[in-house]
Design a protein around this ligand. Structure first.
Ligand code: GLP
Length: 240
């Protein structure tokens, strides 16, 4: 399948050969790639040429090298369209994935200055502080800290927040969610995030703050989320 007479460089042909195997599912995310030597023998090309092809695919994120272990097919990232105000539970269900939560912390606390400013309430007003690990098919995707004014959501229980907060707000409390603002930042996983998200410390994180209003304009939640950058990519369609 390598055409040495072709004008297409051999390393490029090898790249296409590997990409085709990833696309047709022969190589699955997480699989180890055969060694450079095996490829070189199988395709009857030099190891240098194979190395060049693999390096290019690593740079394009099709493959990843793990020190001392080898080269692996990159896990496919979860694609999140940013077109609507959806919940984590809904996002996972749309993709046929099973969402779950691990509740790390659930308490009513006086709002800090920062949170009270974001929620437009007086400092020290009681707020729910909810920390949840959000999982898809049991893989941790994000760590979320949610702050909700306690008087807006009387009777919130740890059992409810182990499921969907948005579903509870809309179906049980009959409140209508309106608009949200979402702010994105790139950060590195701190000790807590790396432990709870099961990733090495200082791994890349997409930090998202969402401030959500009810239709009447009342600010209902401030959510600080740390999404695993190795699992997620966000897509936004732009018009001109
Ligand atoms: C996403 C958003 C959060 C929001 C949550 C609600 O994860 N980043 O800001 O609070 O969805 O999710 P659920 O209704 O599943 O609890």
């Amino acid at each position: 399948m390598i055409d040495k007479q072709s004008q297409v460089p051999i390393y490029h042909q090898i790249e296409e050969h590997i990409k085709a195997k990833i696309e047709n599912g022969e190589y699955q995310p997480g699989d180890a790639l055969p060694s450079e030597r095996e490829y070189a023998e199988q395709l009857n090309v030099s190891r240098m040429t194979v190395r060049q092809a693999i390096t290019n695919l690593v740079n394009e994120h099709y493959l990843k090298r793990i020190k001392g272990r080898g080269t692996f097919i990159t896990e496919r990232k979860f694609e999140q369209h940013l077109n609507g105000l959806t919940s984590f539970t809904e996002d996972m269900k749309v993709r046929g994935m099973k969402p779950s939560n691990k509740l790390v912390h659930f308490e009513i606390v006086p709002a800090t200055t920062e949170i009270s400013e974001q929620l437009h309430i007086a400092a020290h007003t009681p707020v729910y502080e909810i920390k949840r690990i959000r999982l898809a098919e049991n893989i941790p995707m994000a760590l979320e800290r949610t702050y909700i004014p306690a008087n807006l959501m009387k009777g919130l229980t740890d059992d409810i927040v182990q499921h969907s907060i948005y579903q509870y707000v809309e179906e049980e409390l009959a409140l209508k969610l309106g608009k949200a603002r979402q702010i994105f930042e790139a950060t590195l996983a701190n000790e807590e995030e790396s432990t709870l998200l099961e990733i090495p410390e200082e791994s890349p994180i997409l930090s998202i703050t969402r401030i959500t209003k009810l239709v009447d304009g009342t600010i209902f939640e401030v959510v600080q989320s740390a999404y695993r950058a190795d699992q997620y990519k966000f897509i936004l369609d732009l018009d001109r």
